[in-house]
Design a protein around this ligand. Structure first.
Ligand code: TXA
Ligand code: MG
Length: 348
């Protein structure tokens, strides 16, 4: 499906990508989580182009990526990103602990924004998501452009996030000029998103930095966003990360709905080896068309890293639908994996 016209640039040839970003164009760049579609966060035309290329609705705000020398709120204020006059002492304390421990890395913090950051970036919200990516190539591009870069995942809206340059080519190759290749993404699921309040930190999107990781360094409670707060993170739509085929998330392979058993299906084994799952199916006279196993030994890091590539691969098989098993735990990074699977799945 690689019909794209985009050029894939490797580590040693990023200059055209840097020039394009400086000229207000959009470029796909690697990060440690997923590939991003980057544009100058201070240029509304560039930001508008990101929304257009992704076909992303304007109510879904973008994350602003920063170089690793902007590590304090003072730095972020001087860079025109954060409005420090709206930062309370409690927010400041939480920011300091989180930035010190988890940046650069897969954590996005939602903070009061300055007016220099266009309303387009934040979808009209008065807060902006800020993330300092750890990927060396992302950092190199941020430094060479000297710009804060707005970057959502480099997929068409609502679809699976890309974790390789080829995935970006398949998604957006006919719409963009450059894709910087940084290899397969290390983490594989998008950053943890938190909003800082004076006396609380809200978890808006689970990721590699888990609730217990956050709690270990904060002096305020961490709460998962209720539906009310999900309104404040409009991008967290219930349906997202979706393959083309319908994906059914099942608790128990022994009780697959009869209507599904009649279809040719693919199997995504989320944790543990495939043998046991295949045996349960075989006992019912069922054989999947294609099988992907995320982590034979139930390692969450390994499973997250292969999740989106596995969904893409099954999407190409001749099966009519996908059946995914539920992870056996919701701890740590498994929470992010089950969150993405739930959003990819069809609801009855
Ligand atoms: O790992 C990541 O975060 C990747 C890489 C490229 O950095 N980016 C990413 O961006 O996943 P995106 O646009 O696909 O998801 C960002 C989500 C939005 O959908 C929204 O839910 C939340 O972050 N968000 C961003 N800015 C926000 C804001 N100002 N207030 C509330 N939520 C915000
Ligand atoms: Mg996305």
């Amino acid at each position: 499906m690689s019909l794209g016209r985009a050029r894939i640039l490797n580590t040693s040839e990023i200059t055209p990508a840097v020039d394009a970003l400086r000229q207000g164009d959009v470029v796909a760049i690697p990060t440690e989580t997923v590939y991003g579609l980057a544009g100058n966060a201070l240029n509304s035309d560039a930001v508008a182009k990101i929304f257009a290329v992704k076909e992303r609705p304007s109510f879904d705000p973008l994350i602003v990526h920063i170089p690793d020398h902007l590590s304090t709120l003072d730095d972020l204020a001087l860079a025109g990103i954060v409005d420090e006059t709206l930062v309370t002492p409690g927010m400041q304390r939480s920011f300091d602990s989180l930035a010190k421990t988890f940046w650069p890395g897969p954590l996005t913090m939602i903070l009061p924004k300055q007016s220099k950051i266009s309303d387009l970036v934040t979808s009209g919200l008065d807060r902006v998501g800020v993330r300092m990516p750890a990927h060396p190539l992302a950092q190199k591009i941020l430094k060479e452009t000297g710009l804060p870069l707005a970057a959502p995942s480099a997929n068409r809206f609502g679809r699976i996030s890309p974790t390789t340059a080829q995935h970006v080519m398949d998604e957006l190759g006919d719409r963009i000029t450059y894709i910087v290749d940084g290899g397969p993404c290390d983490v594989g699921v998008e950053s943890t998103v938190v909003a800082l309040d004076d006396d609380k930190v809200w978890l808006l999107r689970p990721g590699k930095i888990s609730v217990s990781d956050l709690k270990a360094v904060l002096s305020v409670p961490v709460e998962k966003a209720s539906s009310v707060h999900e309104k404040a993170s409009p991008g967290m739509l219930a349906s997202h990360y979706a393959p083309r085929k319908k994906l059914y998330l099942v608790e128990d392979l022994r009780s697959i709905p009869a209507s599904l058993k009649e279809l040719r299906f693919d199997l995504l084994v989320t944790s543990g080896p495939s043998e046991a799952a295949l045996k349960i199916l075989a006992d019912q006279g069922l054989t999947p068309v294609a099988v992907e196993t995320l982590s034979k030994y139930s390692d969450a890091g390994e499973a997250a890293k292969s999740l989106f590539a596995a969904m893409r691969s099954l999407d190409r098989s001749s099966g009519q639908v996908m059946i995914a098993t539920h992870p056996s735990s919701d701890d740590g990074l498994w929470l992010a994996i089950s969150d993405r699977l739930r959003r990819a799945a069809v609801r009855d």
